[in-house]
Ligand binder design. Structure first.
Ligand code: ADP
Ligand code: MG
Length: 445
């Protein structure tokens, strides 16, 4: 019966729509009065409910011969599937104490790496099986390279291998917040106890947040020393090396250096390609090698941006029923103005022209030809004002860009300034929108 519902439904929508929206749909249960469906995430759920409920109702009717209502749930939070997996797992081993919020995604299986990060991954796996092997492990490097991913993978793997151990993963900001709360409640003692006694491994992310915060640094180091002396594993993540943590006491820096320090490297293009494929697969999207290669080549090392581009592609493909092809990828990278791609796309002046077009409807060419109708003149004045006050260009450069005399440029600037002074609502609003749209277009991420 479940099969039949899906078959009927598949025939009733275009193929592309099916692939974009229905590929994760499953029939969980057919009751006497309703049908329970599940999908991959809340976004798809909402979309199916608002856009396709008629198709779903009709398919149920055609397949069952009855008018049944239906519900859609997110597979990941559907209560039944959750409790099933828990009982299954608990037959095998005791569930570890989950003392931290870990992202489902951040596992070793999902971490792609080439030769550049092999050593890091090997070391990370080693301490997951043998906590204390390298102590502390200090991982550092630039934004979006996967530090948090790796530390969380260590936390998860350690819990899997040693379900009896208590693993705490926390950012140094959370550490600080908890400390402040405990001070206010007069419970510092308990706060210390919790970390010193209860943690078999402490993984702390973004330690650079403690730069300039001596009080927490001290507190953290008491904890650090206590755990380290007891042979408990410590993992520290930072956007810079221990030596570059200016204002950390030398004593602390040297303790950080005692164990193993590894810089996380930028993923190669080949690795980025595999990351793109992996991300797409996890979202149930078929992405050709060509498109993945294109993304890998044009998005820089920051994987967060690569991820952003793929998510944007997915949303756009679904909403506008587009294919996952090069033209969609190009469009998305252009709209994000991402990485090396941005260099080849538009200069700031071209961007300004396109903002003016969005605001006033006048193309560059229309703006430049002579023509004195009020709308066009105003658009031209706004362009001049933008070039001067947003892009900071000289009167000379503006004059040659619009092919007009000096005095014309100065006149245009005066007109807009006067309108702004007089709080002319249309002009003020237009200039504000120009500022906003230009800055959002030229932002790197
Ligand atoms: P950082 O902490 O270094 O700033 P994150 O760990 O938050 O970076 O990584 C940013 C995003 O990119 C996360 O969603 C992460 O899962 C993903 N990511 C980073 N590196 C990789 C990789 N090598 N393989 C797969 N996903 C990755
Ligand atoms: Mg991080």
């Amino acid at each position: 019966m479940s099969r039949k519902i899906l078959d009927v439904l598949r025939d009733s929508v275009p193929k592309k729509t099916w692939n974009n929206w229905f590929s994760s749909l499953e029939v969980k249960k057919v009751d006497h009065d309703r049908v329970e469906l599940t999908v991959d995430n809340l976004f798809i759920k909402d979309w199916l409910q608002t856009r396709f409920s008629r198709e779903i109702t009709n398919a149920i009717k055609a397949a069952t011969g009855r008018e049944l209502s239906f519900t859609i749930q997110d597979k990941n939070i559907s209560s039944e599937s959750k409790s099933e997996s828990v009982t299954q797992e608990s037959l095998v081993r005791k569930r570890p104490l989950q003392l931290s919020n870990l992202s489902e995604e951040c596992t070793f299986e999902n971490f792609q790496f080439g030769i550049e990060n092999r050593f890091l991954v090997e070391a990370a796996k080693e301490i997951s099986s043998n906590p204390g092997a390298y102590n502390p492990l200090f991982i550092y490097g630039g934004v979006g390279l996967g530090k948090t991913h790796i530390v969380q993978a260590i936390a998860r793997r350690t819990m899997d291998v040693h379900p009896e151990k208590r693993i705490i993963y926390i950012t140094s900001e959370q550490f600080l917040n908890e400390m402040v709360v405990s001070i206010n409640k007069n419970e510092v003692h308990r706060f210390r106890e919790e970390y010193r006694r209860k943690a078999d491994a402490l993984l702390i992310d973004d330690i650079q947040f403690l730069v300039g915060k001596k009080g927490v640094q001290n507190e953290f180091f008491h904890t650090f020393n206590h755990l380290h002396d007891a042979g408990k594993q410590l993992v520290i993540c930072s956007d810079r090396s221990p030596e570059e943590l200016e204002d950390f006491h030398e004593r602390y820096v040297s303790r950080f250096q005692m164990g193993l320090g590894i810089r996380i490297s930028e993923p190669s293009e080949e690795t980025r390609f595999r990351i793109a494929k992996g991300l797409a697969k996890r979202e149930n999207v078929e992405m050709s090698d060509e498109v993945a290669q294109f993304l890998a080549r044009n998005v820089d090392a920051n994987i967060r941006r690569l991820r952003g581009a793929i998510i944007k592609m997915i949303v756009q493909a679904r909403i506008y029923d587009q294919d996952y092809d090069l033209s969609l990828a190009t469009e998305v990278l252009q709209s994000m103005n991402v990485g090396s791609f941005s260099g080849q796309t538009k200069s700031p002046i071209e961007l300004l022209f396109s903002c003016i077009k969005e605001l006033t409807g006048f193309e560059k060419e229309e703006l430049l030809v002579s023509g004195r109708d009020a709308e066009r003149v105003r658009a031209r004045y706004m362009f001049v004002y933008g070039m001067k006050n947003i892009l900071g260009r000289s009167i000379n450069e503006i004059a040659s860009t619009i092919g007009r005399k000096h005095s014309t440029v100065i006149h245009a600037l005066k007109m807009i300034e006067k309108a702004l002074e007089q709080k002319d609502q249309t002009i003020t609003e237009s200039i504000n929108r120009l500022f906003n749209s230009l800055s959002s277009k030229s932002q790197a991420s």
